[in-house]
Design a protein around this ligand. Structure first.
Ligand SMILES: NC(=O)c1ccc[n+]([C@@H]2O[C@H](COP(=O)([O-])OP(=O)(O)OC[C@H]3O[C@@H](n4cnc5c(N)ncnc54)[C@H](O)[C@@H]3O)[C@@H](O)[C@H]2O)c1
Length: 172
């Protein structure tokens, strides 16, 4: 059975890393039909969500209160997931170069909790080459797994689109 089927049948979970303007609506939508773990490095932000407060003002307090997504600041929960969506910020430094610290930090977090057969999709906006040249080596080093053999990155967006299509159908 494909990972997509397993996710659809709730045999596997997905994670969303970075619960901001992009990640939180994604987590809330996915959680209507599949099992979702939403992770953010900010304990304060997650605490607010757990208290039913939509700090990003994207989905509304009711959606946050009603969501079945497991919202957490504890990275160990990511080990339960086979499909990771990274939506951490990519700010720019004062010299206009991209600040990749959040993407690097998230890659380390995912890498430490990556299991065989997983897929990692980076939604964060990065310049060409960042995924292959920076993120993948971090994922390999932290997990001890081999890219392309034990886990996939990037081109797996096709599967993300499949999941999104499935959700759209359900929500229409
Ligand atoms: N791919 C797309 O279609 C698309 C569309 C719009 C934006 N984006 C990109 O998505 C990214 C996120 O944008 P946003 O507006 O949601 O940002 P945001 O600042 O609203 O939210 C980011 C969240 O990530 C958290 N975070 C930071 N570092 C982290 C880490 N190491 N681990 C876990 N969580 C961490 C922050 O606490 C914050 O809650 C940006 O790079 C943006 O450019 C992508």
């Amino acid at each position: 059975m494909s990972l997509y089927e397993e996710i659809k049948q709730r045999k596997e979970k997905i994670s969303v890393i970075g619960l901001g303007y992009v990640g939180m609506p994604l987590a809330i939508s996915f959680a209507k039909v599949i099992d979702v773990i939403g992770f953010d490095i900010s304990k304060e932000k997650v605490q607010n969500y757990l208290n039913g407060i939509d700090v990003t003002k994207e989905v509304g307090n009711t959606a946050i209160e009603e969501t079945k997504a497991l919202l957490t600041w504890e990275e160990k929960n990511l080990r339960d997931c086979k499909f990771h969506i990274v939506a951490v910020p990519t700010p720019i430094n004062s010299d206009k170069t991209p600040d990749l610290k959040p993407v690097i930090g998230a890659s380390k977090t995912v890498g430490r909790n990556l299991t065989k057969g997983s897929i990692v999709v980076f939604e964060s906006t990065v310049y060409p080459g960042v995924t292959e040249d920076i993120c993948v080596p971090i994922l390999e080093e932290e997990s001890g797994l081999k890219y392309g053999v034990d886990f996939k990155v990037g081109y797996s967006q096709k599967e993300l689109i499949q999941v999104i299509r499935y959700i759209d159908l359900k929500l229409l």
